[in-house]
Design a protein around this ligand. Structure first.
Ligand code: BGC
Ligand code: ZN
Length: 367
């Protein structure tokens, strides 16, 4: 069957190839699920793997099948599968367990090992192919009523985890009632974080460069959040106008903005970093100022990566509620479909060149 792969370590090596069909019996205990891949989303991670900034092939292979945002339909289930049936729409988690204690209790997103296993990213083949097989443990049902949001399930799981982690950490405060949030970046993670925070009742300011009106500002406005163009209003100006934030989520992909955000957080607040910055950028920061403010304000900095099953499930619930609160808004994120696996060159072109492509995804097969 067809697959889209790269040769890790070799820049711009994205190509189509033939791979063997997966075998449902490769999963022990009758827990295997065979899924027909319908759509796969791609993001900056796929672009940076094709730039050879990171990514490794599975042991014994010299290629890595790309794609970690999957949406498909169950074709066949093993004898002991309970959670899904043939015909169900599903997505799948990305990371697979290593050997730490966190891996053994279903929280593989929190592995303490340096080596991590992620489908389509590191040491495991991904989803940009015609069929996949996985264990019931990693397959998550998508309600039929949300099938129009297909590839957003995985990015949503990362946004859901980041915010859930912040709330979990803030249990250090006996009472924490955050009112104002800044979301830095209006890409998929920024917009989905905006939704999660709005559903928690926060006043949300979502910041990105370009002055509106445009699609991103429309989506932010559609969730009753405030879109702020940093060309018109800098983060410092915003703080002067509305005050510091109780919670900040950085999803800009820029490490300098991640550090700048440290000066926009209020006392007892939490700043969550979610960007994967594959480059080598170095900047100067006002370290004494930040240090004293952080100590005197009991502030928290938190990194968050990946997501486990629980975050997929809570993200899906938030999407369902989001559809009721703000009908039709989420699907506006899904801007750039690419036709078929054969369209992989166009897929990469959109990822690399098209600044207006908010979400690129491949229509692998018809439903
Ligand atoms: C993926 C995450 C993954 C991270 C680091 C992101 O693009 O969505 O699932 O953990 O990259 O590899
Ligand atoms: Zn991703």
């Amino acid at each position: 069957m067809k697959a889209i792969a790269v040769r890790p370590g070799q820049a711009n090596s994205v190509h189509q190839r033939d791979i063997r069909e997966p075998d449902i019996n490769s999963i022990p205990g009758g827990k295997g699920i065979r899924i027909k891949v319908l759509k796969v989303g791609v993001d900056a991670t796929d672009r940076e793997i094709n730039d050879a900034l990171y990514g490794n092939p599975p042991k014994g292979d010299d290629y890595l099948v790309l794609g970690h945002e999957c949406f498909g339909r169950v074709e066949e289930v093993g004898a002991n599968v309970r959670l899904v049936r043939p015909g169900d729409y599903v997505t799948a988690t990305v990371r697979r367990p290593g050997g730490s204690i966190y891996d053994t209790i279903g929280t593989y997103d929190m592995t303490s090992e340096e080596t991590y296993y992620e489908r389509g990213i590191n040491l495991l083949h991904g989803y940009l192919t015609e069929q996949i097989v996985d264990s019931e443990e990693y397959v998550v049902r998508v309600p039929t009523g949300l099938k129009h949001l297909h590839v957003l399930m995985e990015p949503m799981s990362c946004a859901a985890k980041a915010i859930q982690q912040a709330f979990e950490c803030q249990r250090r405060m006996k009472v924490w009632r955050p009112q104002r949030a800044f979301v830095l970046g209006a890409g998929q993670i920024g917009l989905l974080s905006t939704l999660v925070l709005r559903l928690k009742g926060l006043d949300v300011y979502t910041l990105a460069r370009a002055p509106g009106p445009h699609l991103k500002s429309e989506i932010v406005g559609g969730m009753e959040a405030h879109y702020v163009s940093t060309r018109e209003t800098s983060l410092t100006d915003l703080v002067a106008q509305v005050g510091k934030a109780d919670l900040i989520v950085d999803a800009t992909g820029s490490s300098s903005i991640a550090f700048e955000a440290m000066q926009a957080l209020g006392h007892n607040g939490a700043l969550v970093w979610t960007s994967i910055t594959g480059g080598k950028k170095q900047i100067e920061v006002p370290s004494d100022k930040i240090n004293i403010e952080w100590v005197l304000g009991n502030k928290l900095l938190l990194g968050s990566v990946n997501a486990n099953r629980e975050h997929f499930e809570s993200g899906i619930k938030d999407m369902a509620l989001g559809e009721v609160m703000y009908p039709g808004v989420l699907q506006k994120i899904l801007t750039n479909p690419v036709d078929g696996l054969e369209g992989y060159a166009e897929m990469m072109r959109l990822l690399v060149e098209d600044q207006s492509a908010l979400k690129v995804f491949v229509n692998v097969a018809d439903d």
